[in-house]
Design a protein around this ligand. Sequence first.
Ligand SMILES: [Zn+2]
Length: 359
Amino acid sequence: MSLKSYLKNIPGIRTKRKIVCFSVDDFGNVLLHSKSTRESLRKSGLPIDQSRFSQLDILENHDDLIGLFEVLTSVKDKNGKPACFTAFAMSANIDFDALEKNSWSKYEYQSLPETFSTLPGYEKGWESRKEGMEKKLLIPEFHGREHLNIGFLENGMKKKDPDIMANLQNRSWAALDYQGRVGFTEAFSFNHFSEVTEHHKIIESGLMLFESIFGKKASHFNAPGAREHNSLHKTIKNAGVRIIDADFIQNEHQGEGKYQKIYNPFGKKNKDGLNTVFRNCVFEPNLSEKSDWVDSCLKEIDIAFTCGKIANISSHRVNFVGGIEPNNRDFGLKELKRLLHAIMKKWPEVEFLSISEVI
Ligand SMILES: [Zn+2]
């Protein structure tokens, strides 16, 4: 591990407790509709194999969730609690049918429970999500209203961009190229600062929808795809959020390609009164760049604890879903189980918590 791994763990709040949090993004997002639509997109010439997301990421189903709960409950921390995932979730998805009905002229979204009830094969998925939340195995927090940049989608519909239309007709949102500085999944990226005005409205409606779906206000926000502009923080705080994910050294876009550096020590309040946190450990078992993610994650947890920090493990749903490839889920869950048992063996005094329970 590099010196950098230690340095980022030095500033910010400290604790003598051995706390492990799993911060897992993308719950509730519809990226691919199904294996067959993935193949149609591939045939349309979209670069599906360039990313594990466009190869494997799909809404979590009943089997995925039941498998995940089994693994999380296979360990108990020093307080007798199982491991848990802070599930950074979407409140909504694209309402593809409504878009088709309006002849692809206007963006519309549907709430997350509507997505689960209308997508074939997901009838039991929402019930399992609720079960996981009741048992505190999944702690929902806010990952945005939807996992896409709406301006990007609207521009594409207006121009009848073939790649965007292929996605919408296939009920998916995958493998698209940048529009200027805006990535297709980056809800709060922009080319011109004036686009941020719309982001305030998306945040407000997304957080209201989150509360109505999950029966609680979100307390923690991690923007989808790329960081939000910090001028959104007042709106985020006014809606009840206390904590945001921020890069240790953030390169904030100001519009027209100008950037500004912002420093965010772990757990410190920023000028708008939001506690900033970052993820100091990574566990992405289906990302092939490392041969042993359990081993590298254990080393990062060790550095966090040595520096008196919470181990905040970053991961994504794509590691634990099998709707496209069941082997992907089975492998992700096997590796997660191996990680959890190794943590318990090395640090029996560990506590599995959500960041919002600590900060
Ligand atoms: Zn995400």
